[in-house]
Design a binder for this molecule. Structure first.
Ligand code: GLA
Length: 390
């Protein structure tokens, strides 16, 4: 179990990157930047449908130490990767088939250059503690950390919303994942102690405090995710096909009544995909209201319905995630909420757990998960932290 205060973990990362930077480049870093990962409390697979999401930035993230260069070269040392050093020129950015992690740097800078062609190169050292491939947005936190770093190094006029759009562009156009805007936006604009209801249609948002008596409890099923990008991109295409049928640009603009009335005209699988999206939007908005009113019974019901919808209609959960949700739900009942979080196909479940039930929930996961699934779960007690551009 990992449960360390935000400040302490961030300070440790900051100290580490500075030491590593001196070792790599034989001079001190000019600055250190940090961007958080995120957990999504509710509203999954809605962002690329122009819908609603309710994420929070978390106290796990990516930290970068950097200095400017007077040429166009990027030299980057990634402390947590097997092949750690990568070098390329801003004048010729191509996809790196060998060092996949470097494509987040390459893609982000390629997208940034479209707005800011004036930037020069940099020496960079990167370290992160967001578990990779777990649905907690290690890649978005990497992209936003890069953008914050260049914003500071070259005094760019870049706000958090534009940074998020650039990060998303890197994923869509360079890395090859057709993700929505949620992960980058919350990493840039999250507010400490708060969750954010984001309207992905116009990028307006509202912060809502997470009550002090609740723990953001995250459990990684540690199921290795396979073929994630292609399955994710397929879900997106399916949603777009239904939106097209209704003659709208995104499913956000389809109501449940319209969808139900057209059921016989739509392929059953596509109908289920759309039913998830339309119902999930309502659940995200209801959960924000319930959070503000401290109405845990409603939060609990909405999170439960969300998981079932992602399991049965959107079909992105795994048996391990379903099992974890069931175990945790058996302790929480209506006193807390639990569901899968993120893109799915493995990764994490998120629970809002009253502080006085944290031990009991931890115990049941430790006792039952390995026994039933032969895997060890990792548990993170998170706090909602501040976005890099807020
Ligand atoms: C991934 C994507 C996000 C979002 C979620 C599902 O995290 O990066 O844009 O679509 O999946 O909600």
């Amino acid at each position: 179990m990992i449960s360390v205060a935000l400040e302490q973990k961030e300070l440790e990362q900051q100290a580490l990157v500075q030491i590593l930077f001196e070792q790599q480049f034989q001079h001190s870093a000019e600055l250190v930047c940090h961007a958080p990962g995120r957990v999504n409390i509710i509203g999954d697979h809605t962002d690329y449908n122009d819908g609603f999401v309710l994420p929070a930035a978390i106290n796990y993230g990516t930290t970068i130490a950097a200095s400017v260069r007077d040429d166009k070269i990027i030299k980057v040392y990634a402390h947590d990767c097997d092949q750690q050093t990568n070098e390329f020129s801003l004048t010729e950015i191509v996809f790196d088939q060998q060092m996949m992690w470097s494509n987040y740097v390459r893609g982000t800078l390629q997208a940034l250059l479209k707005k800011h062609p004036e930037i020069n190169g940099a020496n960079l050292v990167v370290t992160g503690n967001v578990p990779q491939g777990a649905g907690l947005s290690s890649s978005a936190s990497f992209e936003i950390a890069i953008l914050k770093t260049f914003t500071q190094l070259y005094q760019l006029e870049l706000n958090g919303i534009n940074a998020a759009l650039i990060g998303q562009q890197a994923e869509n156009d360079f890395v090859g994942c057709n993700c929505g805007i949620m992960d980058q936006l919350i990493s840039a604009m999250g507010q400490q102690g708060h969750a954010m209801l984001l309207d992905c249609k116009d990028l307006s948002f509202e912060d809502a405090p997470i009550p002090d008596d609740l723990t953001l409890f995250i459990v990684n099923s540690n199921v290795k995710r396979g073929l994630v990008d292609s399955a994710y991109n397929l879900r997106r295409q399916q949603c777009e096909a239904v939106a097209k049928y209704f003659g709208v640009s995104a499913l956000r603009d389809v109501t449940m009544a319209q969808l139900n009335a057209a059921e016989k005209e739509i392929e059953p699988e596509l109908f289920k995909r759309a039913r998830h999206v339309v119902s999930e939007n309502t659940r995200a908005v209801n959960t924000l209201k319930a959070l503000k009113a401290n109405d845990m019974a409603t939060i609990s019901a909405e999170m439960k319905a969300s998981h079932i919808s992602l399991r049965d209609d959107f079909e992105v959960t795994t048996k391990e995630m379903d099992g974890l949700v069931e175990m945790i739900d058996s302790v929480l009942g209506t006193k807390g909420g639990v569901r899968m979080t993120g893109g799915g196909f493995g990764g994490c479940v998120v629970a809002l757990v009253p502080n006085n039930l944290v031990t009991e929930v931890t115990d049941i996961v430790n006792r039952k998960y390995e026994q039933e699934f032969g895997l060890t779960a990792s548990i993170y007690h998170c706090t909602a932290s501040q976005g890099a551009f807020r």
